[in-house]
Write a protein that binds this ligand. Structure first.
Ligand SMILES: *Cc1c(COP(=O)(O)O)cnc(C)c1O
Length: 235
């Protein structure tokens, strides 16, 4: 992808998000764009950064660390870890990211909490919820969500921000909205149960279902393909 194409696709993605917010009757700027750069080269992240993008999402720890090293001169990138997280990678994530969206187990939370340096701000975390049942193996169930949330709220080096989901693909806007509505209701229920937590983040919506997510209250949409183009490499 050339720089020109990236500037066009990033502009188009920003317009698409603002149009979705307007259609949903929400204020401009009410949801932020997370650029999902997995499998894409550091040069593309640098170009997106030059165009004003600051939040980037990565799925694979080693790939992310390599790109972070290449981009170390850009001091103000906010790195989000959004992929499945294994125990043996928690230290790298605790040390090199500002956010984790894919937290779904207490054991992983404890490790991140123990490994997050006192020199860094608390690690922002979203709990990944398995909102479409059998569609995905990742994510905590709605039943187990309050217990996990309570545990994470007790961890001082983690700052619980909200919920994330990757629903099963659906064709129509109506079908796409259903799981996002469930995630919004789950966040509302947590805020009612833990009012001091002030959970403010719904990480939901990707290139194929951004509009449905925005109608249901997404505050952070995770766009990969729409910004960087199709991915060639699969892990
Ligand atoms: C890859 C990925 C995205 C981006 O998906 P696109 O369909 O390319 O926009 C968003 N969220 C997560 C968790 C991902 O793994």
């Amino acid at each position: 992808m050339t720089d020109l194409v990236l500037s066009e696709s990033l502009t188009a993605a920003r317009r698409r998000l603002e149009a979705a917010l307007a259609d949903a009757g929400r204020p401009a700027g009410d949801a932020a764009l997370l650029a999902v750069s997995k499998t894409k080269p550091a040069a593309m992240i640098r170009e997106a950064h030059r165009l004003g993008q600051r939040d980037f999402g990565e799925n694979y720890v080693q790939e992310a660390l390599d790109k972070q090293a290449e981009l170390a001169d850009l001091g103000d990138i906010v790195w989000h870890f959004i992929g499945p997280l294994q125990s043996n990678k928690t230290r790298d994530v605790a040390e090199h990211f500002a956010w984790v969206h894919s937290l779904d187990r207490e054991k992983i939370a404890r490790r991140l909490n123990d490994q997050r340096s006192e020199d860094l701000p608390a690690l922002n975390v979203c709990l990944q919820v398995n909102i479409s049942g059998e569609a995905s193996k990742s994510g905590v169930s709605l039943d187990e969500l309050p217990t996990l949330a309570e545990a994470v709220l007790g961890m001082p080096r983690l700052r619980l921000r909200g919920l994330m989901a990757i629903p099963a693909p659906a064709e129509t806007l109506v079908e796409q909205r259903r799981p996002f509505a469930r995630l919004r209701e789950a966040l509302e229920a947590l805020n009612a149960r833990f009012p001091e937590a002030h959970l403010d983040t719904l990480s939901m919506g990707m290139s194929g279902d951004l509009e449905a997510a925005v109608v249901e209250g997404a505050t952070l949409v995770r766009l990969g393909t729409a910004i960087f183009g199709e991915r060639q490499r699969f892990h």
